[in-house]
Design a protein around this ligand. Structure first.
Ligand code: AMP
Length: 147
């Protein structure tokens, strides 16, 4: 039988596990959908944050939202890509996690999200927390408990 991870572990601050903002590919408010699609395609990431010039978190953009925005009745209207701003099509209704939160809160939220955007009290973008990183930590903990 596998023992449950210890309380201490679940209380670990998430700050230890985040990919910090300077390593996260992002686009800025005002960038075109064409630019966002280029970044998404080049990096291979499924979604990336949209930030304002002060590095505050504004939303997420992904290829599906971009394609959806240029879907015509007969064909995909690629020529519209430069005229659409990420601001118009980014996703804003998503859960954020504060940098001061603990592992358990991240675990709860990552059931439904591939990754979480991490902000501070002023909404400044601090980085992301991925399901992959959290699962790795959980695996490590479970293996240690079995020893
Ligand atoms: P991964 O767990 O590495 O597969 O990452 C899951 C998702 O998190 C990716 O598809 C991206 O949407 C996002 N992601 C991970 N690392 C980065 C990064 N360095 N910059 C931007 N987005 C990232």
């Amino acid at each position: 039988m596998i023992s449950l991870p210890s309380r201490d572990f679940l209380d670990t601050p998430i700050e230890e596990f985040i990919i910090s903002s300077e390593k996260v590919a992002h686009v800025q408010l005002g960038n075109s959908a064409e630019h966002a699609l280029l970044v998404l395609t080049k990096t291979g990431y499924s979604a990336i944050p949209v930030l304002d010039p002060k590095y505050r978190f504004c939303g997420l953009i992904n290829a599906q939202r971009i394609t959806d925005a240029i879907l015509g009745l007969e064909h995909i209207e690629y020529e519209r890509l430069p005229d659409i701003k990420v601001d118009e099509i980014m996703q804003t209704d998503l859960p954020l996690i504060n940098i001061t939160e603990r592992f358990q809160r991240a675990l709860d939220l990552l059931i439904d999200q591939n990754f979480l955007c991490v902000v501070d009290a002023e909404g400044m973008f601090m980085g992301i927390l991925t399901r992959r990183v959290i699962l790795k930590q959980l695996k490590k903990q479970i293996y240690q408990l079995r020893k």
